[in-house]
Design a protein around this ligand. Structure first.
Ligand code: HEC
Length: 104
């Protein structure tokens, strides 16, 4: 039984890693960790240096709605659909809250 549990746990970790590309964040719902990957494209504290949209100064509701719409295919996207699919509803809310509160 223990082996089966460990195998299942490992499969879960592998799937989470594929979905998020940030395995540590997948295992830990710490909002700061969940938003580390976002800065890679959207810039430090959401201040984009280039073509990506900036995220600072947005309300948590607008960020959460955008992430759900990307995930559900309601908002056209190239990469965000892939990211958004890796997050649960609770994680989307945590990410949106973190960005709106701390990315000024
Ligand atoms: C690989 C680069 C990349 C990463 C990483 C990334 N994004 Fe994005 N994001 C984009 C691009 C590109 C767009 C424009 C829509 C599209 O083509 O997917 C976008 C659009 C958005 C938008 C909509 C902005 C607007 O004004 O319409 C939000 C909100 C957003 N991203 C949030 C996030 C959050 C939160 C994370 C971290 C969980 C994240 N992004 C990680 C590239 C990225």
């Amino acid at each position: 039984m223990k082996t089966a549990y460990v195998t299942a746990a490992c499969a879960g970790i592998a799937l989470s890693a594929l979905a998020l590309a940030t395995p540590a964040a997948a295992q830990n719902a710490n909002p700061q960790l969940l938003t580390v990957s976002c800065s890679g494209c959207h810039g430090p504290a959401g201040r984009s240096p280039g073509a990506m949209p900036s995220l600072y100064g947005r309300t948590s509701a607008s960020i959460a709605t955008a992430l759900r719409d990307f995930r559900d295919g309601k908002k056209p996207s190239t990469v965000m659909v892939r990211f958004a699919k890796g997050y649960t509803d609770a994680e989307i809310d945590a990410v949106a809250q973190e960005i709106s509160s701390n990315w000024k």
